[in-house]
Design a protein around this ligand. Structure first.
Ligand SMILES: Cc1ncc(COP(=O)(O)O)c(C=O)c1O
Length: 404
């Protein structure tokens, strides 16, 4: 088969592949525990559902403007005023099919072949492939001090004449690390000084723990007008548990947003109007579901940490937010792909290998599932890895016997 060079350079999304695998195993009746998931299990807010019914009843479901409906933009303006304390104009906004598309069209609008995009590692699995789709060069940067918290010097050392943009995701997928206000301020000032684009991926912004306040990068931005190279992305997927609706957005300078809109208009057109209505309902409606989700996640994070801490040989860093814990399993196997396969094969627990996020030896464990799944999933992992564990394990009626 003859396919393009770009297509050949891409890897399928590890996380989406795992979801497929989980579904197949479940259909076979296997007692799968999915600790690899990337979406909250709670229901979409009632206001989101309600906001779709009027449009559905009318039966008139039409194209949206390519950058989102007027009402969608109004809701995003309101959201930005409330959560970022900044009034933006409709022309500074594009609504897309998920924050993923907003980031993608932003990269397509700014990256020329061979230009480099820097992002801290571990990183969200899609960043490198998105950059490659633009014929750019991804440059992940691992913090030199071995933590999950990059310093401005880590970034600075990797910036060269080909660097075009930096992507920052805090709190971070996969580590859960929320970067300090000082780092956010430093990176904003650094990008301004070096005339670099900065994509702030705030998709987990409100899902933070331990009394942290969601960080507001716009506190450090005086001029968010036509000269600004900051692109702020967010969406309804995680905070409102609305992954399937596919609504995200980007806010930036209006000339850039216009270019992004042209690209999106030829790619997918505007996002579905039903989904935009649902997102408007969520943003303008009662906000208790976000706080309920946040509290539930914090509780599950604590349960996951308690269970992991009873397990010798692991190095665990407490996540500040998101619903992921990125755990160092290198004591058991430095090859994370082999380890994730072993866990799936022996005890049907799905985890995501750290290699997919740019750091081998680690596994990403999600705590967005049920408390039972968290407890039992870790118990099963422990049984596989701990040489002192009993020889047998029961999963429901099934008896597993150690054969390795
Ligand atoms: C770091 C990060 N950014 C962006 C997204 C995209 O979110 P969506 O396209 O569902 O809005 C995800 C989804 O997993 C993510 O983890």
């Amino acid at each position: 088969m003859s396919i393009s060079q770009i297509a050949r350079s891409l890897a399928p999304s590890t996380t989406l592949k795992l979801n497929e695998k989980a579904t197949i195993l479940r259909q076979k009746g296997d007692p799968v525990i999915h600790l690899g998931g990337g979406e909250p299990k709670s229901k979409a807010p009632f206001d989101a559902i309600l906001a779709t019914t009027g449009l559905l009843d009318s039966g008139e479901i039409r194209y949206s403007p390519p950058d989102g409906t007027v009402a969608m933009k109004k809701a995003i303006i309101r959201y930005t005023e409330e959560h970022y304390n900044r009034l933006v104009e409709p022309r500074q906004i594009i609504a897309s099919n998920g924050a993923k598309q907003s980031i993608m069209v932003a990269l397509q609008a700014i990256i020329n072949p061979h230009e480099e995009v820097i992002f801290p590692a571990p990183y969200w699995v899609s960043y490198p492939d998105m950059v490659k789709l633009c014929q750019g060069v991804p440059r992940p940067v691992l913090p030199e001090d071995g933590t999950f918290y990059p310093k401005i010097s880590d970034i600075e050392e990797n910036v060269g004449s080909y660097t075009k943009a930096i992507i920052i995701n805090s709190p971070n997928n996969p580590t859960g690390a929320a970067y300090s206000e000082e780092f956010i301020a430093d990176i904003i000032n650094f990008c301004k000084k070096r005339d670099l684009y900065l994509i702030m991926d705030d998709i987990y912004n409100r899902l933070v723990f331990d009394n942290r306040k969601p960080s507001n990068c716009l506190n450090f931005v005086k001029d968010f007008g036509d000269n600004s190279k900051l692109i702020l992305t967010n969406g309804v997927s995680k905070q409102y548990a609305m992954t399937g609706f596919r609504i995200g957005w980007a806010i930036g300078n209006k000339n850039l947003i216009e270019v992004m809109t042209t690209i999106q208009s030829h790619q997918t057109s505007g996002p579905p109007t039903i989904s935009q209505n649902a997102a408007i309902g969520a943003i303008n409606g009662v906000q208790s579901s976000v706080e309920n989700l946040r509290v539930a996640l914090e509780n599950r994070r604590n349960i996951m940490l308690d269970n992991l801490n009873s397990f010798d040989g692991l190095k665990v860093t407490k996540p500040d937010g998101t619903f992921y814990c990125f755990v160092d399993f290198s004591h058991y196997n430095p090859n994370s792909v082999e380890l994730a396969e072993l866990l799936l094969d022996k005890v049907q627990v799905i985890t995501v290998p750290g290699l997919a996020f740019g750091l081998d030896g680690y596994l990403r464990l999600s705590f967005c599932g049920s408390v039972n799944d968290i407890r039992e999933g870790i118990e099963r992992i422990q049984w596989v890895l701990d040489p002192d564990a009993p020889n047998e394990l029961y999963i429901g009626e099934r008896k597993l016997v150690r054969d390795w």
